[in-house]
Design a protein around this ligand. Structure first.
Ligand SMILES: Nc1ncnc2c1ncn2[C@@H]1O[C@H](COP(=O)(O)OP(=O)(O)OP(=O)(O)O)[C@@H](O)[C@H]1O
Ligand SMILES: [Mg+2]
Length: 329
């Protein structure tokens, strides 16, 4: 069996040529995207996908044109969160039109293509050797997704990252070329819960990210207490954490049953759960802050309950500047 050292150059695969062709295709597909915001953590189950969707919704209500890329290819949840399970991706002019929510948020998630009882699997040259190819295939598939979709003109593309500190860095490196000409174009937000277990993993991710050109905006503390819908109090969920994080805290969200309901029900815009959720209200403040940081205003919170970022309501009209190119559902 050959070792890597035994293979001369790229073994004749022209791998660098292939990579640069793919990078060019990604750059072209994303030419109309002003800012890319990756939401990661390293820790699993802390609310990355929830925060991604909640931020997208808040940005959208503020009148921004947004889409989500569910980069968690093995555990894609954005299709369910967005209410787009089974929604078609329609080929047109060599690219795929994104499934869109009624509010115009486009969502690229393998969850709308793969039924929930089917895992992502790749063909391999020999059975039982899937692990040899898996990481490479996943990253290649992600680049293929980025280059194959008709993203159109967007203010913000949110990328929902999978768990794993090492994967967070891999994805940071994968996305880094997007910011080659404009370092402001790509930013990262981390999500943690206020436990030392979670903060420890996030600290590891932060340290790893520091070795990349990724622009880190800070972290969101999710599940910072339990919001009681009966009495309106926020009660503690975790003991006071002791692990320090070397990044600004962008805001805190309580665990809010209304938010859990929104996630499980495909986030119906303008629903009672959305309008009364304390977590949604807090997310709007965080979204305004992030919009400001990445230069995607209008970002000033109005101070009132609604609308948070701008003039657009829960269901933007056809005159809204962010009306999607094609509404598929
Ligand atoms: N603030 C919150 N209030 C209520 N429910 C929440 C909140 N944050 C997350 N959840 C719920 O917790 C669960 C896990 O959240 P989510 O899937 O967003 O985590 P994740 O970090 O993306 O997980 P993974 O690492 O598997 O990708 C979901 O059922 C979600 O609805
Ligand atoms: Mg997730």
């Amino acid at each position: 069996m050959k070792n890597y050292q035994d293979i001369a150059g790229d073994g004749g695969s022209d791998v660098l040529g292939q990579v640069s062709a793919r990078r060019r295709a990604v750059a072209e597909a994303l030419a109309g995207v002003r800012r890319v915001l990756a939401v990661g953590s390293g820790k699993g189950g802390v609310g990355k996908s929830t925060v991604t969707m909640a931020l997208a919704r808040a940005f959208r209500r503020g009148g921004l044109r947004v889409a989500i890329l569910d980069a968690d290819l093995n555990g894609p949840t954005q299709a369910r969160l967005a209410g787009l399970e089974g929604a078609p991706w329609i080929p047109r002019d060599g690219r795929l039109a994104l499934p869109r929510r009624p509010d115009g948020i486009g969502v690229a998630s393998l969850g709308s293509l793969l039924p929930e009882d089917r895992p992502l699997s790749f063909d391999t040259v020999s059975k039982g050797e899937e692990q040899t190819w898996r990481a490479t295939r996943e990253l290649a598939l992600l680049l293929q997704l980025l280059s194959s979709v008709r993203w159109g003109d967007l203010d913000l593309l949110l990328v929902d990252l999978p768990p794993g500190a090492e994967r967070t860095v891999q994805y940071a490196e994968l996305l880094a070329p997007l910011a080659a000409e404009d370092p402001e174009r790509l930013a990262f937000v981390m999500v943690t819960v206020p436990s030392d277990v979670s903060r420890g993993v996030v600290a590891r991710s932060l340290a790893a990210l520091a070795g990349t050109p990724a622009r880190l905006l800070g972290y969101v503390e999710n599940m910072a207490g339990y919001f009681c819908r009966e009495c309106g109090d926020v009660r503690p969920l975790f003991p006071e954490p002791t692990v320090a994080l070397d990044a600004p805290c962008l805001g805190r969200l309580p665990f809010d049953p209304a938010l859990a309901e929104l996630c499980d029900r495909g986030w119906p815009g303008g629903s009672e759960a959305e309008e009364t959720s304390e977590a949604v209200r807090q997310v709007e403040q965080i979204a305004a802050h992030i919009a400001d940081l990445v230069g995607c205003g209008p970002a000033a919170p109005t101070g009132g309950r609604r609308p948070p970022l701008g003039a657009a309501g829960p269901h933007p009209t056809t005159t809204d500047r962010s009306e999607p190119e094609e509404v598929l559902r």
